[in-house]
Design a protein around this ligand. Structure first.
Ligand SMILES: [Zn+2]
Length: 295
């Protein structure tokens, strides 16, 4: 590797940093060698974290002259790699300041923060470190090449997780964001909606976090002991999303049970083109195309 921290000196955003890293390390292999990359960027050592209840840590100073990354070695490989990427993010984003001077300590809940209310500086830092790690471990150009053609399905998630050596949730988040269809993937634990990862064109999800999955969902018809993705099934969009006024769409759900009471639920929204839309197919042709996708 030829990158050095000097190359990143003028960059402070997760996307800016990852873009720069990828532009210099054009031959970066997949899975991304995250430990090697961290060391190349002045992380002196990666050591086991012994503090109970935390996933990762970073010991450094304000000037970031050097850094030690601490990681929960008991976590599975994908999560461990994500944690190293997250701590490397804190190290490279110089505006990040730890609560306790010189030491960042990050919990599993921190690793699940993907957005932050305005003014919540701590949550924003965690969300940025996650954003950095997610982009670095699953570089969008490599992911786009890897997503199989055709209809979206949660069956792709374990393939992506394996290919990039990341957790299934990190894979699901990247899939929802970079798949060309309008997708969201909802993370459910014990029947409760915990969070959702969605693509840029997916509308606002109206189902509340911390509340049970909407009653009408096919989630309740799925045998959760079966660790396989269900068939797609239609649901009235308003159970999950707020559509724009006058917008018409079809929504499909797919459920994929995971370990420890977790499940992933994919929402695939097909927004109906309006007559004014730039689409010169006749309605009969559109119908035929629509049917063709299901064969
Ligand atoms: Zn953190």
């Amino acid at each position: 590797m030829k990158i050095s921290r000097m190359d990143l000196a003028d960059t402070g955003s997760p996307m800016g940093l990852v873009t720069k890293i990828l532009s210099i390390e054009k031959e970066l292999p997949i899975p991304v060698p995250i430990e090697e990359l961290a060391k190349q960027l002045d992380i002196e050592k990666i050591a086991p974290l012994e503090t109970e209840g935390f996933e990762g840590g970073l010991v450094t100073d304000d000037a970031r002259s050097t850094g030690f990354i601490l990681v929960n070695r008991a976590a599975p490989s994908g999560r461990r790699r994500f944690t190293i990427g997250h701590e490397l993010g804190h190290f490279l984003i110089v505006s990040h300041k730890p609560v306790e001077p010189g030491k960042f300590l990050c919990s599993r809940a921190d690793m699940a923060k993907w957005s932050a209310d305005q003014g919540d500086r701590y949550a924003r830092m965690e969300a940025e470190a996650n954003e950095f790690s997610g982009l670095l471990l699953i570089p969008p150009p490599a992911l786009r090449k890897f997503i199989p053609k055709g209809d979206p399905t949660l069956a792709h998630i374990p393939l992506i997780a394996k290919h990039f050596d990341v957790s299934k949730e990190a894979a699901a988040r990247a899939y929802a964001r970079y798949h060309p269809e309008h997708l969201a993937i909802v993370v459910i634990k014990d029947g409760i909606v915990r969070r959702a990862h969605k693509g840029p064109t997916f509308p606002w999800i109206s189902a509340s976090y911390g509340k049970p999955v909407p009653r009408a969902s096919s989630f309740y018809a799925k045998d959760l002991r079966q660790r396989a993705a269900s068939e797609l099934s239609p649901i009235i969009p308003e159970h999950w999303v707020d559509l724009k006024e006058g917008q018409r769409a079809e929504l499909f759900e797919q459920v994929y049970p995971q370990q420890d009471g977790y499940a992933l639920l994919m929402l695939w929204l097909e927004i109906e083109e309006t007559e004014e839309a730039d689409d010169d197919r006749t309605s009969a042709q559109r119908f035929k195309d629509q049917q063709g996708r299901w064969r």
